[in-house]
Ligand binder design. Structure first.
Ligand SMILES: *Cc1c(COP(=O)(O)O)cnc(C)c1O
Length: 359
């Protein structure tokens, strides 16, 4: 039996009627952009994470650019960002006028640490983009203790928890993506900026709307980056189920552990105090090609997400001359995502482990 990498349709199946009703409600309202559904969803997601304010935007990449600008990042500044992440974490920095400075990760957790961030700080560092990769929760408090403002890239970590609170409410500001495969996915593109700082939220609101408060006066160069009513209404149906889905993702990780996967591959290690709602379940193997072949032969979904780390992608090389990031290179060479969803069964986990045995 095939085991797919994700299970989006199965997870949403019980909500079909409620989703249709939400879509109808928006059609009836004749409000499609930045209306009451967006406002309600902004408050509901902020309340869920523990942040004071939410600002809906068009996608998780815009969310990073706009949040950094709202935090005061601009030309001449440096922003530290890990290289082992989705490309957009770094791509969102140059549009602010700042330059990305790549830092290393701990390959056991796939996240940055206070040590890897400290090594990249200079007098020009204005902010650090801390990525909660794969749903793990990076040690935000330790990084803030270095004296530098943090933006959490929580695109992969909504639903994840830590000793200090939920991912998305740990730093000066955070960003979330609602790309359909993420832990809380919409039916298109969407994103949000969260912050407990009233001024940052206000700045983000202005920037997402052409740099204007009222569409009459334009006080800065902004963006057209807004969240749709339809997407907000769809996510308002899903948000009350996020904790159950997060629990299902943790249960899937337990199935893998109990089935003995840890004897065959390196399992992802939660950061101290973190309770990850694993977005992707990413294991390590010294000869990862053999693991890929074994899973392919058994019809099991897998994907190497970041084989070439961001600092070695052509548009980023100008900011990475001579840079060596050993933890990043190790993770890039050895990692492989295997099936993860809130509904993966113990039997399916056993199948994955049986296939991994043949690698
Ligand atoms: C998905 C993702 C983004 C970008 O989100 P989009 O909504 O696709 O623009 C940024 N950072 C990380 C870590 C992501 O996984």
């Amino acid at each position: 039996m095939a085991v797919p990498l994700f299970e989006t349709a199965a997870t949403l199946a019980p909500l079909r009627d409620e989703l249709r009703a939400a879509i109808d409600r928006v059609l009836d309202s004749e409000r499609f952009i930045l209306g009451p559904e967006v406002q309600a969803f902004e408050s509901e997601l902020a309340a869920y994470t523990g942040a004071a304010h939410g600002v809906g935007v068009a996608n998780g990449t815009d969310a990073i650019t706009i949040a950094l600008r709202a935090m005061g990042v601009g030309p001449g500044d440096e922003v530290v960002v890990p290289s082992f992440t989705f490309y957009a974490s770094a791509e969102a920095i140059p549009p602010t006028g700042a330059t990305p400075v790549f830092c290393d990760i701990d390959p056991a957790t796939y996240c940055v640490t206070a040590e890897t961030v400290r090594a990249a700080l200079t007098p020009r560092t204005k902010a650090v983009v801390v990525v909660h990769l794969f749903g793990n929760v990076a040690p935000v408090a330790q990084i803030e203790a270095l004296g530098v403002p943090v933006l959490e890239d929580a695109a992969q970590a909504v639903g994840s928890d830590s000793a200090d609170g939920r991912a998305g409410a740990l730093a000066t500001a955070s960003t979330i993506s609602f790309y359909p495969s993420k832990n809380l996915g919409c039916f298109g593109d969407g994103g949000m900026i969260l912050s407990s700082d009233e001024r940052i939220a206000e700045q983000a609101r202005i920037l997402r709307f052409h740099g204007s408060r009222d569409k009459v006066d334009y006080e800065q160069l902004g963006y057209n980056s807004r969240l749709d009513e339809l997407q907000a209404a769809i996510m308002r149906v899903q948000l009350p189920h996020l904790d159950d889905w997060a629990a299902g993702r943790r249960e899937t990780a337990r199935h893998y552990e109990q089935a003995g996967l840890g004897e065959l591959v390196t399992l992802p290690v939660p950061v101290t105090g973190a309770s990850p709602a694993w977005h992707l379940y990413v294991v390590g193997h010294p000869q990862v090609g053999r693991l890929e072949q074994a899973l392919a032969a058994a019809n099991i979904g897998y994907k190497p997400y970041y084989r070439t780390p961001v600092h070695r992608q052509p548009p980023m090389r100008q900011w990475a001359a001579g840079l060596e990031l050993p933890g990043t290179e190790e993770a890039a060479a050895r990692h492989l995502a295997i099936p993860m969803s809130p509904v993966l069964t113990r039997e399916q986990a056993d199948e994955v482990v049986a296939a991994a045995c043949t690698a």
